[in-house]
Design a protein around this ligand. Structure first.
Ligand SMILES: Nc1ncnc2c1ncn2[C@@H]1O[C@H](COP(=O)(O)OP(=O)(O)OP(=O)(O)O)[C@@H](O)[C@H]1O
Length: 255
């Protein structure tokens, strides 16, 4: 079994039916709550987030958009608990995240990250890279390999298991990075410009993969993007401006 929570990974990315998910389901439990959050960077005398409040519900697919400097990356860092707000309250699964929270444990157990730069380890094969987050979690080598094989299958990359990152295309590397981000069955997957470096065809493949993670595995996805196409695949779009949420709207994905 890959996880107690998720079903196995029975699909290949090439099999994905790109269906439109339901609109934002606000009946689902709140996964991440942000209440009246401000983030100041005293160095630059900048207020990057200015009294931001919203909830992310379990299973939502959210895109965060906005002009350069509007606070998107800062918000993503706070959602990923990589940075702390200057004021305001945040909670995950109903539990406050504060100075007593073990952030490393929360991140490694519950949050997956997909960045524009993939940071794959160059001397490890694709399959080995996927296993990296599994170390130190009490799994045997055989269990790690079994799970990594399911994940690499899930992103449609089984035939490239033994390839090194330099032997993969940019899009293929991104797929491996996504498989790696799923290694510990995160509740929340955060992506920063996940298709930023990719050509249109490859980017569409990543969007299909995300749609499948959302539809099949009920994963909660939050992606920062400048791309209307990427945002169009999400159920909900938060638009930021000058550190504030300018609009928060549900949409029919893929339209
Ligand atoms: N470490 C920092 N120190 C000082 N100011 C910062 C720091 N990080 C970000 N800022 C400022 O905070 C504001 C929000 O930055 P942020 O990176 O969140 O914006 P963004 O919407 O992600 O922009 P982009 O689309 O260009 O990546 C900007 O004015 C930026 O200059």
């Amino acid at each position: 079994m890959v996880s107690r929570r998720h079903p196995p990974y029975p699909y290949r990315s090439s099999d994905i039916a790109f269906e439109k998910p339901d609109l934002m389901n606000t009946d689902a439990p709140v996964l991440f709550s942000i209440q009246d959050v401000c983030k100041d960077y005293p160095d630059g005398n900048v207020r990057a987030l200015d009294h931001v409040s919203f909830n992310i519900h379990d299973g939502e697919y959210v895109a965060i958009m906005g002009p350069s400097g509007s606070g998107k990356s800062t918000l993503l860092s706070i959602l990923g608990t990589l940075d702390r707000p200057t004021s305001g309250a945040i909670s995950f699964e109903g539990k406050a995240i504060d100075s007593s929270t073990d952030l490393d444990a929360l991140r490694s157990k519950s949050i997956g990250f997909v960045f524009q730069s993939f940071y794959l380890l160059p001397t490890l094969t694709a399959l080995e890279n996927i296993q990296v987050p599994m170390f130190g979690r009490g799994m045997t080598g055989a269990e790690r390999i079994e799970k990594a094989k399911l994940l690499i299958e899930a992103v449609g990359m089984s035939e490239r298991s033994k390839h090194l990152p330099k032997q993969l295309s940019v899009g293929q590397r991104q797929r491996i990075a996504i498989a790696r981000s799923l290694a510990n069955d995160p509740r929340l997957l955060l992506a920063d410009e996940p298709t930023g470096n990719l050509d249109t065809v490859t980017a569409n493949g990543i969007l299909e993969l995300f749609a499948n993670l959302h539809d099949e595995l009920k994963m909660t996805l939050v992606t920062v993007t400048h791309s209307e196409e990427v945002a169009g695949a999400a159920q909900r779009v938060l638009r930021m401006r000058d550190g504030k949420i300018e609009s928060d709207s549900a949409q029919v994905a893929g339209v």
